[in-house]
Write a new protein. Structure first.
Length: 206
């Protein structure tokens, strides 16, 4: 995480819950930002810190529910890890949140140590997701420099095909394939096809 202080967004319509969770989060050196409604969070979401982050989100709230806010945040990338919290009657809703991608959920009243453990896990996940997001963007930027034909050659190389097979599939000569292959490796900044395959797999591109 470097020197950036992780931020934990706490969204719960109960001010006492927000206060107690804020004190708990601050006690381990994280920054806490509290909101008593999903709408209040959205109003402040233009000022998002660049540090690692996660959200502790109440499932049931007046106005926009926790599930509704989760759905809105799911459209953003990289996605912020969300820990759902709920009362006993809200467990079915919390399960819906888990299915929709929430990292975990805890039933109120919950153990502080258990929640802190979930928060640390969420922060670690966000750090990894951000690294992956940056890496994907770098690889995509390299791929954007490829011509349409070079993209076809790249796809077939990653599929494990040799120059003769690629030539047959694309209806071009092997010497032309060799030229495109060299250009693909150069633009993707790798030395050989094995490195190219690893690069595309690492960036989860195909």
């Amino acid at each position: 995480m470097g020197t950036a202080t992780p931020t934990v967004f706490i969204v719960d319509d109960d001010p006492q819950v927000c206060e107690s969770l804020s004190l708990m989060v601050n006690s381990v050196g994280f920054e806490a930002r509290t909101y008593t409604s999903a709408e209040a969070f959205l109003d402040d979401s233009h000022d998002m810190p660049s540090s690692p982050k996660c959200m502790v989100l109440d499932v049931r709230m007046p106005g926009l529910s926790g599930l509704g806010l989760q759905q809105m945040l799911a459209a953003k990338s990289p996605k912020m890890p969300i820990i759902m919290i709920s009362g006993c009657a809200d467990i079915p809703m919390a399960v819906q949140g888990m299915i929709a991608g929430a990292l975990d959920f805890l039933e109120k009243p919950f153990n502080s140590r258990a929640l802190l453990g979930r928060i640390q896990k969420a922060i670690d996940q966000d750090v990894n997701a951000r690294h992956q997001y940056v890496r994907n963007a770098e690889v995509e930027a390299r791929a954007d420099k490829l011509s349409p034909r070079q993209r076809e050659v790249l796809k077939l190389l990653v599929a494990g095909k040799h120059s003769k097979q690629i030539a047959g599939d694309l209806g071009i000569g092997e010497k032309t394939v060799a030229k495109h292959r060299a250009s693909v490796l150069e633009k993707m900044q790798v030395d050989n096809v094995v490195e190219l395959v690893w690069l595309m797999a690492e960036a989860r591109l195909g």
